[in-house]
Design a protein around this ligand. Structure first.
Ligand SMILES: Cc1cc2nc3c(=O)[nH]c(=O)nc-3n(C[C@H](O)[C@H](O)[C@H](O)COP(=O)(O)OP(=O)(O)OC[C@H]3O[C@@H](n4cnc5c(N)ncnc54)[C@H](O)[C@@H]3O)c2cc1C
Length: 322
């Protein structure tokens, strides 16, 4: 089937579908070639319908949230990009029910306004609740797994309700990274709080982030996961080169940004992609940066950390269309 026929089938089934939509317009990095087809799913049922239609037409697909944790290839994505725009949100007692396309900041603020506490930190994370659940996003010692009680997904032809334990959350990880579930919505459990205290907490978290992270620049947040170690021998090669701060040793986790700083990564650049001098785990698009430049820089700092400190860093960002 050619593109014209496929587009016609898609629009018959789904309504408006864009062709060759530049994905750089939908990612916080401002990088990414065109999506062969691009669909805005305004409701959870539209998300399901889009997946079903893509499967019927043998098209590759993926769900895009806020585009704040992805690097999209310069070639774009040769299939259907389903943009999660399902944004229903409902408060019930000490719980909030949120659809996957709800922005994290909105979910956090709604709970605070309703006199609840527990996810103030989420207000500082760009993107959507669906994306946050997918990657178990977190900061300030918390992650979304702390609040999730249920997640509704679309899995192999049917809707399914999962409990927190089914999601296999761990540090920046969940079983959603290993299967094809489409996250439709979630229920988050909170505690009674005080609105003014919650607003103050959000402002403090935001101020702390602004001080340490280049929030005014185009980035995808932290590029690499922090290095969790188990045995003293896992960090021998780092110790041979640098003094590891005691708080990292106590937490058995070394921030990737600190490791990158030790190998002189700050300020390194390839084309218009530069490593932030505020936070070495942030790659900034300073203008017309490309995914190719991004990957070149990523590979080169990864190799430096491996060669000099013996640590294999793992990407936190998701690579799309490579
Ligand atoms: C300035 C900045 C600061 C950041 N700070 C933090 C931080 O403190 N902590 C942190 O953890 N992250 C942080 N991030 C990264 C990012 O914001 C989070 O990982 C966020 O949760 C990603 O959500 P998203 O909606 O943008 O996902 P996207 O980037 O759109 O997608 C990420 C992945 O999730 C999948 N996905 C999205 N929605 C669904 C769905 N409904 N069903 C199935 N799969 C889905 C996508 O297919 C993709 O694989 C930061 C990013 C930026 C730019």
């Amino acid at each position: 089937m050619d593109s014209v026929q496929t587009l016609s089938q898609l629009t018959d089934s789904l309504g408006p579908v864009l062709e060759n939509e530049p994905l750089k317009n939908h990612t916080t990095l401002g990088i990414g070639g065109g999506a062969r087809f691009f669909y805005e799913a305004a409701h959870s049922d539209d998300l399901i319908k889009a997946v079903q239609t893509a499967e019927e037409l043998n098209l590759k697909y993926f769900v895009l949230g806020g585009g704040s944790n992805v690097l999209v290839s310069d070639k774009g994505f040769d299939g259907l990009v389903i943009h999660a725009q399902n944004k229903n949100l409902r408060l019930q007692g000490e719980k909030i029910y949120v659809e996957a396309g709800v922005p994290n900041a909105e979910a956090a603020r709604e709970t605070v306004n309703a006199g609840l506490t527990g996810i103030e930190w989420l207000a500082t994370i760009p993107g959507t609740v669906g994306g946050a659940i997918y990657g178990n996003a977190g900061c300030f010692g918390k992650s979304i797994k702390n609040a999730v009680s249920k997640v509704d997904v679309y899995r192999t032809g049917a809707k399914k309700r999962l409990l927190k334990k089914d999601c296999q959350f761990s540090y920046r990880d969940s079983m959603f990274k290993r299967n094809n579930d489409i996250i439709l919505s979630a229920e988050l459990a909170l505690e009674p709080g005080e609105k003014q205290a919650g607003l103050k907490k959000i402002a403090e978290f935001m101020a702390q982030k602004k001080e340490t992270q280049p929030l005014d620049k185009r980035s995808a947040g932290s590029i690499f996961k922090n290095y969790a170690f188990h045995q003293p021998q896992d960090i021998e090669s780092i110790k041979a080169k640098c003094d590891i701060p005691p708080e990292f040793l106590a937490a058995k986790k070394i921030p990737a940004g600190w490791l990158l700083e030790q190998v002189g990564a700050k300020g390194m650049k390839v084309g218009d992609i530069e490593i932030s001098d505020k936070h070495a785990n942030y790659f900034i698009n300073t203008g017309k940066g490309t995914a190719t430049q991004f990957i070149e820089l990523l590979d080169s700092v990864k190799a430096k950390v491996k060669d000099q400190l013996g640590v294999e860093l793992h990407e936190e960002i998701q690579l799309i269309g490579f």
